[in-house]
Design a protein around this ligand. Structure first.
Ligand code: AOF
Ligand code: ZN
Length: 352
């Protein structure tokens, strides 16, 4: 591995420290090197706070910075957002060389940061460990390139393909290790999506394993407004995460909901309309947990990027509620299988 690669690898490790606290912003890391010596590291700690470059630069003096090289896992920003532009900061710090893993797909940056650095006479290289840098922010890159959220569908099935002992009956299908992993992976998404049927049958919490600074929004698809008579459900009474009630029933807007509940009135509530709404709300990623009616409609309507299936060896029998139906031709290109005690997790993806 070249020393450039080693320093970029270190910048990637720094970036990952930001984790889900960076929320709608990407996870970004920076490493400053001069004469082959590592001088400082930094990362974007939290949405709204200093960018990675500023975090690293703040640890050094002007003399140390002059003529140094900075490795950044994402193109330095060019725009005034919640933070001032990093491209100008790099110029003002008199860096001799800037090594960037990948271009920022966000429209307000999109190559302009690089162009400004080059115009200032700085030696700029782009593309080192690009794939790793993009994998770290998979949902962010997908959202800004494709202009729609990354969609992961999740299902928990018995060996005979059932999701509950009977329609409307809350049933624990998978073991504790599997449920725990679900609670952990929710934190990687901007929204958890379920249908009204799931809220009626299971009264789920839809929270993450550990409290999040920016918890995923609990999106409840309730086209008909069936939940208006069930305002005592956990997602409506517990304010530890936002809840969005998505419906076509005007009566929902007349209800005096608690502050964490937002009603979104749609025309017909189909998936193309939902995706437009999610895009506008800048939800970069969705974890769609069902139940079967929601997943069946999802798979028929729009491309799904990832399908996570938890499978438990129990047999429920023919009185059970069947899982989602998939249209002919549904296929995924990559898969990973993990064993969790007596359960199995199958992660399938369509990488674009
Ligand atoms: C960087 N370094 O560490 C990050 C960047 O609202 P702001 O000012 O925080 O800007 C957010 C945008 O900045 C975000 O959408 C992305 O384009 C870029 N993120 N850029 O130079 C960083 N986190
Ligand atoms: Zn920046």
């Amino acid at each position: 591995m070249s020393s450039d690669e080693q320093f970029m690898q270190l910048a990637l490790a720094e970036a990952a420290k930001g984790g889900s606290a960076t929320w709608k912003n990407p996870q970004v890391g920076a490493v400053i090197v001069k004469d082959g010596q590592l001088l400082a590291t930094g990362y974007h700690h939290q949405y709204g706070q200093a960018h990675a470059e500023r975090d690293a630069i703040s640890k050094l003096s002007n003399e140390q910075l002059a003529g140094a090289t900075i490795y950044v896992t994402l193109e330095p920003c060019f725009h005034y957002g919640k933070q001032p532009p990093c491209s100008q900061l790099l110029i003002d710090s008199h860096f001799a060389r800037v090594v960037v893993a990948t271009i920022d797909p966000h429209q307000v940056v999109g190559g302009k940061g690089i162009a400004q650095l080059k115009a200032a006479g700085i030696d700029v290289e782009v593309g080192l460990l690009k794939d790793q840098a993009e994998a770290l922010n998979r949902h962010y890159f997908y959202f800004y390139r494709q202009q729609r959220p990354w969609i992961t569908a999740k299902q928990a099935l018995s060996l005979d393909g059932k999701v509950a002992a009977a329609p409307g009956q809350a049933t624990a299908i998978t073991n504790q290790a599997a449920r725990r992993l679900v609670h952990q992976e929710r934190a990687d998404y901007h929204a958890i999506v379920v249908g009204a049927g799931t809220v009626l049958a299971d009264d789920p919490r839809l929270l993450c394993e550990t409290p999040q600074l920016f918890p995923p929004v609990r999106v409840i698809l309730d086209r008909a407004g069936r939940l208006l008579d069930y305002q005592d459900r956990f997602v409506f009474t517990d304010a530890s995460a936002p809840t969005w009630l998505v419906t076509t029933n005007r009566a929902a807007t007349k209800v005096d909901w608690p502050a964490h509940v937002t009603v979104k009135l749609l025309q017909n509530g189909d998936w193309p309309e939902l995706l437009d709404y999610f895009k506008e709300a800048e939800l970069q990623s969705l974890y769609v947990e069902g139940g079967p009616a929601v997943l069946t409609e999802l798979f028929q309507a729009v491309p799904v990027n990832q399908l996570i299936t938890y499978l438990d060896p129990q047999i429920i029998g023919d009185q059970g509620l069947a899982g989602a139906q998939f249209p002919a031709g549904t296929a995924f290109t990559h898969r990973t299988v993990t064993q969790l005690g007596d359960d199995i997790r199958i992660d399938e993806r369509n990488d674009e």
